[in-house]
Design a protein around this ligand. Sequence first.
Ligand code: SF4
Ligand code: SF4
Length: 574
Amino acid sequence: MNINIEVNYRSVQANKGETILETLTRNGIRVPTLCNLNDLSPTGACRLCVVEVEGRDNLVTSCTQVVEEGMRIYTHSPRVVRARKTIVELLLANHPDDCLYCERNGSCELQNLAVELNVRERKVLHKSFTQKLDLSSPSIVRDPAKCILCGRCVRVCDEVQSVSTFEFVNRGCNMYVGTTMLRDLNFSNCIGCGQCVMVCPTGALYERQNLTEVMDALNNPELVTVVQIAPSISVSVASEFGLKPSKDVNGLLFAALRRIGFKFVFDTAVAADVVTSEMATELIMRKENGHDLPIFSSCCPAWVKFMEQWYPNHITTLSAVKSPQQVMGTLIRNYFAPAIGINPSKIFSVSVMPCLAKKFEAQREEMTTRGLSDVDTVISTRELVRLIKLYGIDMQSLESQHADKPFNIRSSAGKLFGISGGSAEALARMVFFRLTSKELNQSNLNEIKVISGVKAYSFNAAGKTFTFAVVNGLKNIHTIIPALADGDVKFDFIEVMACPGGCINGGGQPYGDNAKFVRMRAKAIIDMDDFDAIKCAARNPVVQTIYDEFLGEVGGEKSRKFLHTQYSKRDVLL
Ligand code: SF4
Ligand code: SF4
């Protein structure tokens, strides 16, 4: 702290080099913004964060102006508030008036600002907008009519995900946000991660809804509705129901889903244990044979699509094991259904995921067995919240319930799949246990520093050294793959999650103060792991039963038939 400034007649200390907006936020003084994103380059595009600085003729954008010694700043002077109100009025001039029907009604930042600034009438005449709704993607809908040109999606897709699907097209009043080569989203290079949806302040980007299919299935007496919920869901929804944020509500969700009408409710973390078991065999075999290493994780469908598009020559290094969602789907249809005397085609299998790319994954041709999709439909965490509210269920009055047999016991390693580094840790525990019959603990892991921004560690088991890396967000992939190709680094396993922080920060999670909620969700999962009795998938008795009764040998013929897949090059214009 080495700069003294004054804000609204109050002395405030600022750090050298930080922007006025950063100083204000750190000191609990809120100024609105529709374009700023923490840690990403500021643009000053929306101009809502303007403040008055004594001695300057014009208002300055606080997100781009660096603090200077002795500055006197006014964040809510009449001139500033008038300017903000005019900006919102101008944004609304081009905005459709269908708030009541909008996906973001109630969570739209533009709507909230209009209320905050007391905008009560349309002051500027409407200009018609000609771009059409883009419904091509199984994950994301684009409604360009609601775009306010804030550029958040452009920056997050470029600077965080290094995908660069969006760009500004044209200049001045003809400017709009378009996709690469102006293709519809499904034919662009988009990987469906949904991070753009999380930052879009309006209803210009939102998830593809699948609730109608789910409700139709629930009302169809011919179908047996089955639902699985992903490991990160139970720590992501509590605040939506007035419960303590990040409280684990797994048992309450099972109870709510049964009340809604699902016949069977399962935890995807059990499938994560099966995935870990298969991947451990794959890793140990590849290590012995010394080829196709490292294995890249394949649990994140956005990352898999990224690999297919950018690095097709490395596809064989992707783990052949399907993701936990798909493994649970195939086990439900091919093991569970026959075991209880139900025709697999009568099962309607729903999955609740924190991820929008999972909607795409479930539709992939590779994810079918005997002509039936492993999973029929995928809904996001946000859609789950809507479904529970739609059925008028009071979560606070429910008694916690358990998942149905036979998938009723999970390890805490399965739950770790919800956070960045979690599937790698689950695999390390399994490999160590297989080779030593002992449980791995933190003292067995030796941190190694190889590439900045990539967490890496090694451990020894039965005379072999295994090296693991964790890539959190896709930005570092463009560093790590060339380094592997050049032989500068060597790993046995690399976990990649497209969303920074992992599934707890997935594109389908509730909107809100994301960074804070993501930290709380991660802590909740780590705390669960600390107290859980079964910390390794190898100790999960349900996994053993699935192999005994259905799959046979781990990595064997039946496992490969039902649990494994392969990927291929995907042609898109990059
Ligand atoms: S689509 Fe959303 S995030 Fe992207 S520029 Fe438009 S309003 Fe901003
Ligand atoms: S879903 Fe992900 S990859 Fe696609 S446009 Fe949005 S941020 Fe970019």
